[in-house]
Each structure stands twice: as structure tokens, then as C-alpha cells.
Design a protein around this ligand. Structure first.
Ligand SMILES: Nc1ncnc2c1ncn2[C@@H]1O[C@H](COP(=O)(O)OP(=O)(O)OP(=O)(O)O)[C@@H](O)[C@H]1O
Length: 635
């Protein structure tokens, strides 16, 4: 953990002097370069393929496969939802557009729009009943859904042509010009949509949506803790991927000109999974690499006497063994390894002299320094609010974890909640924050809040941390803190996905504030390190910084001192005192009595789910009943 008490001026992020190689790297990795790279590659592929029918065919099939793989990458790679029904969403897109054209004479372009809308709605409908399922059950349920829908479609002859399929699909036209599947003109049509898809995925990747989808994958509770509904985010992931899968289906139908249900079967699903996983789930270039890998393996298998299975098998084995996270993940690791070798990571465990000075640090100096810094970080809101907990009970089966508890706390006050293991402290916090079902009443000011979902409580001004820090391991510390700004910001998911000017402004403001908060908690030098590489003490401060982004009136801290060194605990105590001094209401759950004594104005003692004592720490700790509860002996 960084030693935040060692000097009074917060170490702000230091930018090393730029070097020539860094300039080149920055140019190549800038978002401008990324916006240009996609269309450039599509144009080059079109130009290289032109004049050779086979290559044109291959290129068109490749870009359509890219759109489908990108669709799966959003729902699975980014959001971590193993939605196997995507292959039937793809099929529904294809059949709907063809049905509208053949049966009703609706032209290609409006059919395309309607088919994409139908696929989007269908995808959202799949999402609703699969809520709350774990990965395996979700895969089974979505697959069952796909099989059921395929069965309906095969029996709906007019729609799908039954087992024979649909022939004579009309050619799409563009200002009267016919675009025939397999010809260069059709490649440009498919490439145009592939570019739109690439641009959408890139914008998602560069925007708050990536942080939200990653949080949905790695820690949905964190999403709720920053005021975002995990359920809505999940629906958005399904909707976005459903729309793209439907689009790929429409393009595929008009490319093939003949479709049947076998086209959207298990073989297609396996190819899609291979492309998505080999390319690298959750990387925005993953689908590009995945499709290229599949095309190359197909070509190689043709060249090697049709030994397709062997080539596939060996190729997959090599890729999976060598590159966890697929090709994109492998390349990412390679780049990091090269950069790391060139320049040692400035972020790591404390330097020896830091550790030494940490041990010598004077607790009073730590407190003063932390208070000084947090004066900037925490807005003094001077809200005069009170939380009244009345007769709250929580039962798990036969165990009553919290039994008729009544207590209250106000802004500007730091209260401790202590008690032996299993006393019900965490469960009481969970009841207040809507994480468990409880009976009784919790009022915030005049409003009853018991039973409100956690994300609503956050928006009402009650933030919390968790017993084991909940952060998103794959995001950097800065992104973890920014997530809170994304959550409570006014810009909705649609504009965030498109990275609209308002979304950009919100992200810039969020980044600035998050960086200031990290600097004020002396974490600026670690801002760009991934959370998974950071020690506990740092993650606890990141949770606090994330909450401060929300400008809460109350902060409920669940064992912030657990697993920390004495020095780190002193930092936490100073932080908590500083928060109280800035008019926040803090509830501090901890076993560490010195920490409680130094930070709290009042304490409540819980034992067997009931409040057994309340008052200033020194008085309460002297009571025989409290001593007995802690020592486990009768008073
Ligand atoms: N999800 C759950 N399902 C069943 N029982 C639970 C659940 N959560 C907590 N309990 C039980 O409720 C009681 C109170 O647990 P809780 O975690 O709230 O205590 P605590 O005071 O926070 O303990 P500790 O200090 O060890 O964290 C315990 O008996 C625990 O086993």
C-alpha cells in the first residue's frame, strides 16, 4: 500500500518525458488510428481480392463472419454471458428479411431494418428468463431456446421453407444497382456494414460501456454499488449483440441467395465459438483475429488433403496453449512484456525506503496528512440527514442473523458497529443496502428505503464497501473509480455506446475527478495498474475513492482494516475521521478495537443478531456484557 502519510503534498501522476519510440507507439495506439485502421483494412482487402472471384467470395464471407463474431464478442467476450441462442438470432435475422421480401414484396433496405429490430427484440426476450443463471445453466437454457425456436421455424413452412429452405432470394439493390452475392459490389455492401460494426464495437470499447460490461462480467455487485442496474446492463448487452447478429443474418442470406435451417445449426455455432474464443473474447480486435484464424485454418485444411479436423485441432491446441485470452490476448501480453522489459514498471510494491519510513511514520502526522488531502477530495455537503433503522430482522432458514435491531446515525457522525464473529454486522449492512431481504423499517430522512435495490440506494446517497474488497480485477484503478461516474452520470447507455459528444464530456470529467481522488488518496502512481495486481490495502482505498465519486451522504465500511498492517490501519482510521469531518455519515464495521476507538464517535455492539450496548467507545468497551460477548464467557 502506498504510504499516504509520508508527505503532505499528494503525489500526482507523473508523466515521464516522452521519447521518440513512445511517440510512435502513441500514434499507433491512439483512438484516431483505431478509427482509421478498420475501414483501411476493409478497403485493402477489397482491392486485393478484386479480380479473383474466389477471393471476393472469401472476403465477403469473412466480413459477414466478422459481424456475427463481433456480436458474440459483445455478449460473451465483454459481458461474460455465454448466450448460445445467438446462432438462432442470426438465423431469424436472415429468414425475417427474406420472408418480408418474398411474401410481402418489401424491398431489401426496409426488410433489413425490420429484421434487425426483430432479432434485437428476440435477443432481449431470451435475456429475461435467463436472468440470475450461472454460466453453465445459461448456456443450456439459451441452447434449449435455440433448439425450440428452430423447431418452430422448421414447421412454419412459409417462413423458413421447412427442411428445403428458401430459394430465389431477391438481389439487394442500391440506387437501382444490383448487388449480387459473390461479386465485388456485394463485398462493398458487406464491408460497409462491417465498418459500422467495427466502429460501434470500437466506440463501446473506448467508452463507459466497456467498463460497465466488464463489471457485469467480473462483478455485477460492483455495478449496483455504483448505481447501475446489472439487469438493465445485461439487457443492453443482449440487445446490442442481437442487433448485430440479425444484421449478419440478413447479409448472409443475400450473399448465399439460398438458405435453410441447417445453415444456422450446430456447425455454425461451433465455428462462431471458435472464432470468438481463438480471436480473444473481450478484445475489440478479437473477432478480426478470430475470423482470420478460421479462414486461414480452412484454407490450410483444403491445402492439406482435406485434413480439416487435424488442422483445426492442432491450430486450436497451439493457440490455446500459447495464448490465454486468444490471439488478441497473446499479442497484448507480448506487447506488455516488451514494454515491461524496456521500462521497469514504476508501480509495484513499496520501495525499501518507503517501507522503512512507513514503519517510522508518526500516526499523528499520518492523520494530519490524510485529513489535509481529503479536504480536497470530499465535498463538504453539509446535508443534515439521518438513517433510522427500526426493528430490522433477517433470517436465513432457521438462523436469525439479525434480530429486531434498532439504531440510527446521522451525517457528520462516525459510528462503529462491532461484535464477535457471526454477530450479524455484515448482514445488518446488507439489509440496509438492499443486499438481503429483511423485515422492519429503514428510513433515510422521510423515505422508507428498506427493500430498495442496491443501485437505487446508492443514488439516494448511501455508499458502501465490502468485507473483501469488490473491484473489477481487469480494469485499472482509474477505471474502477471512473465506473462510479459512469453509473450516476446523466448520459444513458445508447449515447455511451455511440460515444456521443455528451458521453465524451462525461468521461473526461469523470476521469479528471477520479484521478484527483486517487491522487488525494496517494494512489496516483498506481492509477493505470490493473486492480488484479494490487494489494488489499490499495483496493480498500480504491473502494473508498469509488464511493467518493458518488458524493454520498453516508458511507458504510465493512471491515476496512481487515488484513492490513498497523500502519495501513492508521491510514484507514485517519481517512474515516477525515470523512466524518467533511460531514459524511460513516458506519464502520471492524474487529480492530484501536481502530474503532480512534475513529468513532459512538459504537453499537451486536451479539447474536441483537444490539447489546451503545455509546462512546471507551464507555462501551468497559461494560461487562461487551467483554463477555467478546471473550465468549457469561457476564
Ligand atoms: N447468505 C447467508 N446464508 C446463510 N447464513 C448466513 C448468510 N450470511 C450470513 N449468514 C449467517 O448469519 C450470521 C451472521 O453473519 P454475519 O456475516 O452477518 O456476521 P458478522 O458479524 O458480520 O461476522 P464476521 O465478523 O465474521 O464477518 C452467521 O451465523 C452467518 O453464518
Amino acid at each position: 500500500m502506498s504510504t499516504i502519510g509520508l508527505d503532505k503534498t499528494a503525489p500526482r501522476a507523473q508523466s515521464p518525458a516522452p521519447r521518440k519510440a513512445d511517440g510512435l507507439k502513441q500514434a499507433l495506439t491512439s483512438s484516431w488510428a483505431k478509427h482509421v485502421a478498420g475501414p483501411l483494412v476493409l478497403v485493402i482487402v477489397g482491392l486485393v481480392a478484386s479480380g479473383n472471384d474466389y477471393y471476393v467470395h472469401l472476403a465477403s464471407a469473412g466480413v459477414i463472419a466478422y459481424i456475427l463474431t463481433a456480436a458474440f464478442n459483445i455478449v460473451y467476450g465483454y459481458a461474460g454471458i455465454f448466450n448460445l441462442s445467438i446462432v438462432i438470432t442470426y438465423g431469424v435475422g436472415a429468414f425475417t428479411s427474406v420472408y418480408l421480401e418474398v411474401q410481402f414484396g418489401i424491398p431489401f433496405w426496409p426488410s433489413l431494418v425490420i429484421a434487425v429490430a426483430v432479432a434485437t427484440v428476440l435477443s432481449v426476450l431470451v435475456a429475461v428468463p435467463t436472468r440470475g443463471l450461472n454460466e453453465l445453466f445459461l448456456a443450456i437454457q439459451t441452447l434449449a431456446f435455440a433448439l425450440a425456436l428452430a423447431e418452430i421455424m422448421v414447421n412454419w413452412h412459409k417462413f423458413s421453407g421447412g427442411t428445403i429452405g428458401v430459394y430465389g432470394i431477391p438481389l439487394p439493390t442500391f440506387f437501382g444497382y444490383q448487388l449480387t452475392g459473390g461479386f465485388l459490389s456485394y463485398y462493398w455492401l458487406a464491408a460497409f456494414f462491417a465498418w459500422l460494426t467495427y466502429e460501434l464495437v470500437l466506440r463501446i470499447h473506448l467508452s463507459a460501456m466497456r467498463r460497465k460490461l466488464t463489471a457485469l462480467r467480473e462483478g455485477p455487485r460492483v455495478l449496483a454499488a455504483v448505481g447501475v442496474s446489472p439487469d438493465s446492463t445485461r439487457l443492453v448487452a443482449f440487445a446490442l449483440s442481437g442487433a448485430l447478429a440479425g444484421l449478419a443474418g440478413v447479409l448472409f442470406a443475400h450473399f448465399q441467395l439460398v438458405i435453410d435451417l441447417d445453415t444456422f445449426s450446430f456447425t455454425r455455432l461451433v465455428a462462431l465459438l471458435l472464432a470468438a474464443i481463438l480471436g480473444g473474447g473481450g478484445y475489440f480486435l478479437g473477432p478480426v483475429f478470430g475470423v482470420i484464424a478460421i479462414v486461414v485454418m480452412d484454407e490450410l485444411s483444403l491445402a492439406t488433403s482435406q485434413a480439416q479436423d487435424l488442422v483445426y485441432g492442432v491450430g486450436i491446441l497451439v493457440l490455446v496453449v500459447l495464448t490465454r485470452g486468444g490471439i488478441a490476448g497473446g499479442l497484448d501480453n507480448l506487447v506488455k512484456w516488451i514494454v515491461h522489459r524496456r521500462r521497469p514498471d514504476p508501480v509495484g510494491e513499496p520501495e525499501p525506503e518507503d517501507a522503512e519510513s512507513a514503519a517510522d511514520a508518526d500516526p499523528a502526522a499520518v492523520t494530519e496528512a490524510v485529513t489535509h488531502r481529503l479536504a480536497d477530495a470530499v465535498k463538504a455537503v453539509h446535508r443534515d440527514l439521518r438513517v433510522e433503522v427500526r426493528e430490522v430482522s433477517v433470517a436465513f432458514g432457521g438462523t436469525t442473523a439479525v434480530n429486531d435491531v434498532s439504531l440510527s446515525f446521522s451525517t457528520g457522525e462516525v459510528i462503529g458497529l462491532i461484535g464477535p464473529n457471526g454477530a450479524g454486522k455484515t448482514t445488518l449492512l446488507n439489509a440496509i443496502t438492499g443486499d438481503v431481504r429483511a423485515t422492519g423499517s429503514v428510513r433515510l430522512g422521510d423515505d422508507e428505503i428498506l427493500g430498495s435495490p442496491p443501485q437505487n440506494l446508492v443514488r439516494s446517497g448511501i455508499g458502501r464497501t465490502f468485507q473483501s474488497p469488490k473491484v473489477i480485477p481487469e480494469l485499472t484503478l482509474l477505471e474502477n473509480v471512473m465506473l462510479a461516474g459512469d453509473g450516476i452520470g446523466k448520459v444513458g447507455w445508447f449515447r455511451q455506446s455511440l460515444l456521443s459528444p455528451a458521453a465524451r464530456r462525461q468521461a473526461v470529467a469523470g476521469r479528471e475527478r477520479a484521478m484527483t481522488l486517487l491522487a488525494d488518496l496517494a494512489l496516483a502512481d498506481r492509477a493505470h495498474s490493473r486492480a488484479k495486481d494490487q494489494p488489499y490495502g490499495v483496493l480498500r482505498l480504491v473502494e473508498i475513492a469509488r464511493n467518493l465519486m458518488l458524493d454520498p451522504a453516508f458511507l458504510l465500511l465493512d471491515e476496512p482494516g481487515a488484513g492490513l498492517t498497523e500502519f495501513e490501519r492508521e491510514e484507514i482510521a485517519a481517512t474515516v475521521r477525515a470523512l466524518g469531518a467533511r460531514d459524511l455519515g460513516v458506519v464502520l464495521v471492524d474487529h480492530n478495537l484501536p481502530l474503532i476507538t480512534s475513529a468513532c464517535d459512538r459504537v453499537y455492539v451486536l451479539d447474536h443478531g441483537q444490539v447489546i450496548a451503545e455509546g462512546p467507545p471507551a464507555e462501551v468497551f468497559a461494560q461487562q456484557e461487551v467483554i463477555s460477548a467478546y471473550l465468549g464467557v457469561p457476564g
